[in-house]
Design a protein around this ligand. Structure first.
Ligand code: NDP
Length: 299
């Protein structure tokens, strides 16, 4: 049987091209004395969250944009956190406000995400923005699903007409992605199956996919016997697997990339696939928020 020459869809060149497209827009804002600004709220001392926030804010700084991290104690009360969010909603220098998830268990994530001003909700997690996305009139598209569309487009993968199977139905990845891929738009028009832990016989569904997106948070969940040769695979998962390296862990996706080489038409690596695009889309949404606040129309 002839083996397929699998394309490795790395995120970096896609993100670099996106930053190049953003530069003139950032310059136009600069001419008006506006620097797009992000504030990230980091609650508690989860090391993975600190790394994610660091990689986001570093990118803003590299691009000459404003990025500030507010680190808050893990035992902060709901009311105190609401007060911080209210203060930052009102701060003109920040066009985007993100609350890094997960939050400590005693904090009601949904209530807190709803308290972020929709105009600053550059993560696109506010119900107002999620509702507009579902209605086909998005204001801010959540960064990871938006990044996946950008990645597929960059690598010339047509979505329309495909059977897209998504594993994972979170509000930040699976659900918005299902809405985007099934939208009656040139970037959508796929037939979508959304799988989760209630799905009977996951492998039956993943084998039907000609586009498979896995966002389960389960390292190595999807194995070669669960796919059909020629499938395009987007591996969203980032899982820390313990090892004896100095860091004490390495990152693994939800799919075993190595074993899919020769089977998949194309696959994203972990790390270095979807991750850089999530950050790039956060920058893009913050620039968009700054443009809207300044009345600058971007075509
Ligand atoms: P969540 O934990 O919120 O959601 C996981 C989803 O996967 C749930 O819907 C869950 O089902 C489903 N699931 C879990 N196990 C199985 C299984 N065995 N079979 C079928 N479905 C399953 O995770 P997120 O969406 O926030 O993130 C998913 C992964 O993507 C994580 O590894 C995360 O770190 C990563 N991630 C990566 C990003 C990037 O930039 N690359 C950005 C965001 C996330 P149910 O609803 O029934 O519980």
């Amino acid at each position: 049987m002839s083996s397929i020459d699998t394309v490795l869809m790395t995120g970096k060149p896609v993100a670099t091209a996106l930053y190049e497209r953003l530069k003139p827009r950032i310059e136009v804002l600069g001419q008006k004395g506006i620097t797009p600004g992000l504030v990230a709220l980091l609650v508690g001392d989860d090391p993975a969250s600190a790394i994610y926030v660091g990689s986001k804010t570093r990118k803003f700084e590299e691009l000459g944009l404003l990025a500030e991290t507010r680190t808050l104690p893990g035992d902060i009360s709901r009311d105190d956190l609401l007060a911080v969010i209210a203060e930052l909603n009102a701060a003109d220098r920040f066009h985007g406000l993100l609350v890094q998830l997960p939050l400590p268990n005693h904090l009601p994530a949904n209530d807190l995400l709803e308290s972020v001003a929709p105009a600053k909700d550059i993560d696109g997690f506010h119900p107002f923005n999620l509702g507009r996305l579902l209605a086909g009139n998005p204001t801010f598209i959540p960064c990871t699903p938006q990044g996946i569309l950008e990645l597929l487009s960059h690598y010339g993968i047509t979505v329309a007409g495909r059977h897209a199977v998504i594993v994972g139905r979170s509000n930040i990845v699976g659900k918005p992605l299902a809405a985007l891929l099934s939208a009656k738009q040139p970037s959508g028009n796929a037939t979508v199956t959304l799988c989760h832990t209630g799905t009977a016989n996951l492998a039956h569904h993943t084998r039907q996919a000609d586009l498979l997106i896995v966002a389960s948070g389960q390292a190595g969940l999807v194995t070669p016997d669960m796919v059909t040769p020629g499938v395009v695979i987007v591996d969203v998962g980032i899982n820390r697997t313990g090892d004896d390296s100095p860091k004490g862990y390495h990152l693994r996706g939800d799919v075993d990339t190595e074993k899919m080489l020769g089977i998949a038409q194309a696959i994203t690596p972990v790390p270095g696939g979807v991750g850089p695009l999530t950050v790039a889309m956060l920058v893009s949404n913050t620039v968009l928020a700054a443009e809207r606040s300044a009345g600058v129309v971007h075509n």
